[in-house]
Design a protein around this ligand. Structure first.
Ligand SMILES: [Ca+2]
Length: 305
């Protein structure tokens, strides 16, 4: 038996080597160079990467040198909401036990304005929720960004982990992870770009998984280089690569946002909705290639502002 196992191993190794050699010979050079990037470097080639940012949400408060609560004032609706029915309050963002908790409550905030036109409809703010962003404090260009998160349970919630340009404005936008809580086995990733909202282009995918994402923490990641965007779930690449280099070139340094929307793209909460709802983040990390491993002409940046 032992010999058989050994010879099977040899056959497998030889076969594997043939595939690698064959791949290198028969693929055009530009694809060979990209093969390196089909492997999430942080897991398979750790020597090429460095951790440039890490927030484990330790202590009892948010680290305000990295983050602010809620959106900044330049946001639509003055930052009190975005495109959903939650009015954001700082009280709904808390850090404890190493976790960032963004909470949504079934209550109308006394400061919430009457209904406003947003997301192609009139919306009333019947709920409160929260967000954090690194706008004006931390931004980066290129790398692998990952957060370990747990989703809110039950109908009515649309948590998102995403990026916007550090220079302000929109588009472009990368959605590292979005979740519509009526579909607990699915999340999405997307890229939106274009000159303005009238000339908007979008690329997006839904990723179906076996897990109920509201039951456990999972790792949601994005790899961003000058020639592709790709999305990861628990360290494994999911879906297709986005290869439109002209579109990707519209991306300057980006800041991060984590918010818990109520309604909006997701259905509105109803009598089956469980309150309060929590969007939980265990950590956020950014890795980047060490300068000597960057693609030629790929200017990797990371800045505290
Ligand atoms: Ca943590």
């Amino acid at each position: 038996m032992k010999n058989l196992k050994r010879s099977s191993k040899l056959v497998l190794i030889t076969f594997g080597l043939l595939i690698i050699i064959g791949t290198s010979i028969f693929l055009p050079p530009y694809l060979v160079s990209r093969l390196k990037y089909r492997i999430p470097g942080v897991f398979k080639t750790p020597d090429e990467w460095e951790l440039v940012f890490e927030d484990d949400f330790l202590g009892s408060t948010l680290n305000y040198s990295y983050w602010s609560k809620n959106y900044h004032e330049g946001f639509p609706h003055g930052g009190h909401t975005h495109n959903h029915r939650g009015y954001m309050t700082e009280d709904n963002v808390n850090v404890s036990n190493g976790i960032l908790y963004i909470r949504a409550l079934n209550e109308t905030h006394p400061d919430a304005p009457p209904s406003e036109y947003t997301y192609n409809q009139w919306m009333e703010y019947n709920f409160t929720t929260g967000a954090i962003t690194s706008f004006g404090k931390m931004q980066f260009k290129y790398g692998y960004v990952e957060a370990r998160m747990k989703m809110p349970k039950s109908k009515g919630f649309w948590p998102a982990f995403w990026t916007l340009p550090g220079s302000g404005g929109w588009p472009p936008e990368i959605d590292i992870h979005e979740f519509l809580s009526s579909h607990e086995n699915r999340f999405s990733g997307a890229y939106h770009w274009g000159e303005n909202s009238e000339n908007l282009h979008s690329y997006g995918q839904f990723f179906n998984v076996d897990n109920d994402l509201s039951q456990e923490y999972h790792r949601y990641g994005l790899e961003w280089s000058s020639d592709h965007l790709s999305w990861y779930f628990d360290g494994i690449q999911v879906g297709r690569y986005f290869f439109d280099i002209n579109a990707i070139s519209e991306l300057g340094p980006q800041y991060l946002l984590i918010n818990l929307a109520v309604g909006g793209w997701e259905d509105d909460p109803d009598s089956s909705t469980i309150w309060p709802a929590f969007y939980e983040t265990d950590y956020i990390c950014i890795w980047q290639f060490k300068p000597e491993f960057a693609l030629e002409g790929q200017e990797i940046t990371f800045n505290y502002l």
